[in-house]
Design a protein around this ligand. Structure first.
Ligand code: PGA
Length: 292
């Protein structure tokens, strides 16, 4: 049986990652010979070399590469457990990595501000991006929580709908189609349509529900910029009603009556089913649902 000690595994991980005994020893707050000894001991326990040392170059051997992958997993798990314990002991702290769809940005920012007031010792990183990139993040475990439109059913996700998200068509206040009680999709399709980029959930939904195919010359990857473009009279845009409340109230733009619109969707709070939520992420999930 091979006896590994955590000290040996931490030393080995640091040496392979930094490619240096000196840098590893500084990171681990021990002397360079102490790190060297841990690696020697580990090699003896395993019965095989785990690093090749040629002059100043240190690389893992074939066996070393296998061990390195396991080290990364063990250290990641230990780190997660340490954070989990810290946050359980002091539930007001913790770091939250949250990624949200562009349509949900202003809502989530407001909820985060309120949450931070209740938990001033927590920290967060908020990333705003489109549906395609959100799904990549969930898949690669790069985020704790995601807030987005309808999640796909073929991914291992825990999903919870929490708020309606009506998608509407918007136009300049003097747009001639505003006088019609209902504009057919055929009529709409003849207009200059300002669409979101490929990979946007808003765009995918509108194409699916209306049957329109956006081969538009005008693609804008920001809701705010779409609103600006509509205000400037460039064409008809499609956005979540939640992103244009103020502009509609002030009649800077108008909601256009159009067949199939508003398209009612929901916002979901989502996370990877393979991961246990940290206490702070759990708390924020509940908070977002309460505040919807
Ligand atoms: P998006 O957001 O258009 O920015 O991708 C909406 C969604 O998640 O469906």
């Amino acid at each position: 049986m091979i006896n590994y000690t955590l000290k040996q595994l931490y030393s080995f991980e640091a040496v392979v990652r930094t490619k240096s005994f000196t840098k590893a020893s500084k990171e681990l707050f021990v002397t360079q010979p102490a790190v060297y000894m841990q690696i020697q001991q580990l090699q003896k326990n395993i019965g095989s070399d785990i690093v090749n040392i040629k002059g100043k170059t240190i690389t893992p051997t074939f066996i070393g590469k296998k061990l390195y992958q396991t080290c990364l997993e063990i250290i990641y798990k230990l780190e997660q457990t340490r954070l989990d314990i810290e946050q359980t002991l002091n539930p007001h702290t913790g770091h939250l990595q949250i990624s949200v769809a562009t349509t949900t940005n202003s809502f989530v920012s407001r909820v985060l501000a309120k949450f931070k007031k209740e938990y001033p010792d927590m920290s967060f990183h908020l990333e705003v991006t489109n549906r395609k990139l959100l799904l990549e993040k969930l898949n690669n475990n790069e985020t704790d929580l995601v807030v987005m439109g309808e999640p796909p059913s073929d991914m291992p996700l825990v999903t919870q709908p929490f708020m309606e998200n009506p998608l509407i068509a918007i136009a300049h206040p003097e747009h001639p189609l505003l006088k019609n009680k209902n504009n057919s999709i055929k009529v709409l399709a003849k207009e200059t349509l300002i669409t979101r980029e490929q990979g946007s959930g808003t765009r995918i939904t509108i194409e699916r529900i209306t049957g329109m195919k956006f081969n538009s010359d005008i693609e804008i990857n920001s809701n705010e910029a779409i609103i600006e473009a509509v205000q400037a009279g460039l064409g008809i845009g499609f956005v979540s009603k939640h992103t244009v409340k103020l502009e509609l109230q002030n009649s800077i733009i108008k909601q256009l009556n159009a067949e199939k619109f508003p398209i009612t969707r929901h916002w979901y709070v989502v996370h990877n089913a393979k991961n246990k939520l940290s206490p702070i992420a759990e708390r924020f999930k509940a908070f977002i649902i309460e505040n919807s």
